[in-house]
Design a protein around this ligand. Sequence first.
Ligand code: CTP
Ligand code: CA
Length: 230
Amino acid sequence: LSRGAAAPDLAGRHVLVSAGGTREYLDPVRFLGNRSSGLQGYALARAAAARGAEVTLVAANVALPDPAGVKVVRVETTAQLRDAVLAAAPAADAVVMAAAPADFRPTDVSDAKIKKSDDGSAPAITLEQNPDILKEISQHRLRDGQVIVGFAAETGDATGSVLELAAAKLARKGCDLLVVNDVSGGAVFGSPDNEAVILSTSGVRADVPRGSKASVAHAIWDQVAANLRG
Ligand code: CTP
Ligand code: CA
């Protein structure tokens, strides 16, 4: 199906997309971060706008221009991402959490730049866990009938395969759909292409073939649109 002129199946809908990776500061110049480029989240925002939706995009440290016709809210930390998502979620028919929030933040943030000492020693960093935004909005459902989509980048480990870990994550988070990326090879980060499996709480599984992040975005909105209708 060509999306040259996308069907306006999201017209009249308001959607919220988060993108990028959050940063947790150690001092004014240093942070803990992750490899998320924001490309998939931006592709989701553009695709939703092309399908007629009113789009709010919460962008964490993304080095990309604002997509046309999309309201962009820029954030840095997981706490700021949470505030922005909670502020926009009550108006959203669908929320897609494509962002990669840092799971941990330094317990103490230094106001001044941390200096090294001459004795070759290094400071120890103590971390605490950040709030889980997806779990929170899935549990509290800030709007009736809202469809909530999570992402999971998995490698599989001794406790389970990529799909087994993803199914457990879908149940744990309480969202409606989970977009699963196999990142065993480290290939998705910053790549123009992606491939995914979309798991649904109803047990339906949709395989999205390797393609552009735009094509993966449209496959995700196809599933969201079906859930909004159903
Ligand atoms: N997520 C979130 N808030 C967090 C962490 C993750 O909303 N503090 C969301 C992500 O945006 C994503 C989904 O939860 O949509 C899954 O993220 P992931 O990092 O895979 O889940 P975690 O629960 O952090 O599990 P893991 O230990 O595997 O990192
Ligand atoms: Ca995580």
